[in-house]
Design a protein around this ligand. Structure first.
Ligand code: PLP
Length: 376
């Protein structure tokens, strides 16, 4: 039996050894400041610009549209704040199931009296009601920012960036999408996708933590979020996270090169778990649409609430199985999941999110299932 079974890959992933190898020189011998003008600094600058070119090529964007940041949270804060401050958006259209990086930024701007906010209605399975989105756009008297995620990190449900983007174009709205759960896991063609801002975070696809990107469409001109130096073409001050940037690009290269094989493999693990859960555990259900338009990495499961099942997360931890909770209501300090409250506010269920990576095996799923049956 392995020491630990890690099924929380939507929270973070382990570093791919090839990513560590690519980062290593910049963690050790190549530590020159990319802003230094001597050759030792210029070598660091070259590594960053090569990383930018590689990321841009993979996403089919221009290198000038890719800005390196500290991750998804900073990227979304930058985009949303800039849309209000620099692009004249006074109305934000979002959903209640966004990540807190988005929700808390919107709420902060709302509290400051800078915007008013509308939330798109959700359909039964947790997808967005696109008719309602169109209605909100059509009725808006002010320029809108639409900020809607590409894939939900709790349910795995995916939205169609093209459909949302076309609607935004039709009504002259700015479109930001939190693509943290999909960059590195799916292919992107940003030249053909009607989106103004997207985000990415290296640690979600076997890259380093604290390294991300913000894509800003070349047609958009914004001011920086932070004040300071002139790094990232005056858009993101601060000495660059050199090894993080190199690692981000390498992880994206690996994820893209192995997309077919890895995604099919991970999907087979997810589907195996669905099948085995249905076979072995009575009364379970799944959140979202696990079989279609869904992240192949995420499976959100509801277990009937009993004295025993309420202790699932605790018992999983004791058994060295790493998973996330996600119940609508929970006891103690944890406020519960705002996503589950919005889509499935059922106090009689205990929700567990299992999320998979290329490093998981069916044998691990078998062990988890065997342990789970004793915990229900
Ligand atoms: N958005 C989504 C959907 C996420 O899952 C996460 C990570 O938990 C974030 C944003 C935040 O990304 P980061 O950890 O890079 O700040």
């Amino acid at each position: 039996m392995p020491d630990r079974i890690y099924l929380d890959n939507a929270a973070t992933t382990s570093l791919d050894p090839r990513v560590l190898e690519a980062m290593m020189p910049y963690l050790t011998s190549h530590y020159g400041n990319p802003s230094s003008i001597y050759s030792y600094g210029r070598e660091s600058r070259l590594a960053i610009e090569n990383a930018r070119k590689s990321v841009a090529k993979i996403l089919n964007a221009h290198p000038a549209e890719i800005f390196f940041t500290s991750g998804g949270t900073e990227s979304s804060n930058t985009a949303i704040t800039a849309a209000v401050r620099d692009l004249g958006c006074k109305h934000i259209i979002s959903s209640e199931i966004e990540h807190h990086a988005t929700l808390h930024t919107i709420q902060y701007l709302q509290q400051q009296g800078k915007v008013w906010v509308s939330y798109v209605r959700l359909l039964a399975g947790g997808d967005l009601d696109m008719q309602h989105l169109e209605q909100l756009l059509a009725e808006s008297k002010e320029k809108s920012l639409v900020t809607l995620m590409h894939a939900n990190n709790e349910t795995g449900n995916m939205a169609d960036l093209n459909i949302t983007g076309e609607l935004c174009k039709k009504y002259g709205a700015v479109f930001h999408s939190d693509t943290v759960q999909t960059v590195g896991h799916f292919s992107f063609d940003l030249r053909k996708t009607p989106v103004d801002f997207i985000t990415g975070s290296g640690h979600k696809f076997h890259g380093p933590k604290g390294a991300g990107i913000l894509f800003i469409n070349e047609n958009i001109k914004i001011a920086p979020f932070l004040q300071g130096g002139s790094q990232e073409r005056n858009m993101r001050p601060g000495t660059e996270n050199l090894y993080g940037i190199v690692g981000f690009a390498k992880a994206l290269e690996i994820g893209t090169a192995n997309y077919e094989a890895d995604s099919n493999y991970i999907k087979s693990i997810k589907f195996y778990m669905i099948e085995q859960l249905q076979k072995n555990i009575k009364g379970i259900s799944f959140n979202g649409n696990p079989l279609y338009n869904s992240l192949y990495t995420v499976l959100s499961v509801n277990f009937p609430k009993t004295d025993k099942s309420e202790m699932i997360l605790y018992n999983m931890d004791i058994n060295n199985i790493c998973v996330s909770g996600g119940s609508a209501c929970s006891s103690g300090a944890d406020a519960g999941s705002h996503v589950m409250q919005a889509i499935n506010n059922n106090a009689d269920q205990v929700t567990v999110r299992f999320s998979f990576s290329k490093y998981n095996t069916k044998e691990e799923i078998d062990i988890v299932l065997e342990k789970l049956t004793g915990m229900i």
